[in-house]
Design a protein around this ligand. Sequence first.
Ligand code: ADP
Ligand code: DP6
Ligand code: CO
Length: 344
Amino acid sequence: MSDIITITAPVNIAVIKYWGKRDEELILPLNDSVSATLDTNVMCAKTSVCARPDINENEIWLNKIKESFNNKRLQNCLNEIKRIARVQKSVDEEFLSWNVRIYSENNFPTAAGLASSAAGYACLVTALAILYKIKTDISTLARLGSGSACRSVYGGFVRWHAGVKPDGSDSIASQIANSLHWPDMRVIILVVADTKKHTSSSKGMQCSVATSELLQYRVLHSVPKRVDDICTAIQKRDFAKFAEITMKDSNQFHAVCLDTYPPCVYMRDISHSIVEVIHRYNEICGEVKVAYTFDAGPNACLYLLEKDVPEIISLIKQVFPTSNPEFIKGLSTQESQDRDFLNQ
Ligand code: ADP
Ligand code: DP6
Ligand code: CO
C-alpha cells in the first residue's frame, strides 16, 4: 500500500457568481466569476487518499458514508491525473494499476450552498496529484470535478476566466489579489439550514441554461462590467463599491434561479429577512458597511470589515435571537493560502 496523503482545502464564496456551462463534460462556464477564498481553519474539506493493491475497486467515503465511485466527475479527475502520471512517468505501471481509497470530510454542511464541491474537489485533486507525484496546474484538474473548485486553489481574491477555446485551455483561475492585500476583510457565515439542497448546483444551472432568458441577459450584459468593476474595487479596497456589486450579483443570480422553469428556489424566508436587515442597517449607517451573498442554498455569507464585526454580530443576535453563537462563524481571508499546494 502507498503512503497516505492528507490535505485540507478551503471554500471560496463567489461575489460574481458562476451559473451556467457552455460545456458539461469539460466544465467550461458561460461567464467569468470572482470569489474570495476563506480561512481553511474555519471551514474546510479534509481528504486522505492512498493507492492499494488489495482492494478490488476504487472507493470514496464522504463524511463517513461510502459513496458510489460511479460518478463521472470523480472518474474524470482520477483518469486525468493517472494520464498525466503516465506521461510524466512519475510512478510505475504497477502503482498505476492499484485502486484508490479516498476518505473525505467537510467540517461544515455539505451540499447546502456553502461551496462544499469547491473545497471538496480542490482537496481531492491536490491529494491525488501528490499521491501520483505529478506536476501540473491543480486548478485545471479541480475544475474537472466542480467548476467553482478551480478558484479554491488560490488564496485571496480569485477570478475564473471563462475563456473562449473549445478545449478549455484558457478557462483558468488566477489570483486578483492575495489575502494580505485587504487584511481587514472578514466573512461571517449564517447557517440558515444545514440540509442538502433539493437541486444540486450542477442540475440547477443546467436547467437555467435551458430555460432562463434572464440568464442570457446576465451573461452578456451584466457580468462583464460587474467583473471589471469589482476587480477595480478590490484593487482600490473600495468596500462600498465591492459590497454593492456583490449584493446586486447575488440578487440577480437568484432572480435567474426563479426565472428558471421549473424555478430553483434556494433562498428561504429567513434568507430574505437577512437581506432586509442588511439593507436597513446600511441605510441607518449612511454607508454600506456589510454585504450579503447567497450561493445555491439558503445560507448567507456576509462580507464586512474587521472594525464592524462586533456590531454586526450583536445586530444579528438581536434580530435573530434563536441563533446561538454557533449560528455565526467569523471567517477571514487574512491568513494567506497563497501557496502551491504541491510544495507544502
Ligand atoms: P455545494 O453548494 O455545497 O457546493 P453542490 O451541489 O455544488 O453543493 O455539490 C455538492 C456535491 O459536491 C456533493 O454531493 C458531493 O458530490 C461533492 N462534494 C462535496 N464535498 C466533497 C468532498 N469533500 N469530497 C468530494 N466531493 C465532495
Ligand atoms: C452558486 O461549482 O458547484 O456557488 O461546476 O456543476 O460543480 P459544478 O457547480 P458548482 O457551482 C457553483 C455555483 C455557485 C456560484 C459560484 O460558486 O460561483
Ligand atoms: Co458547489
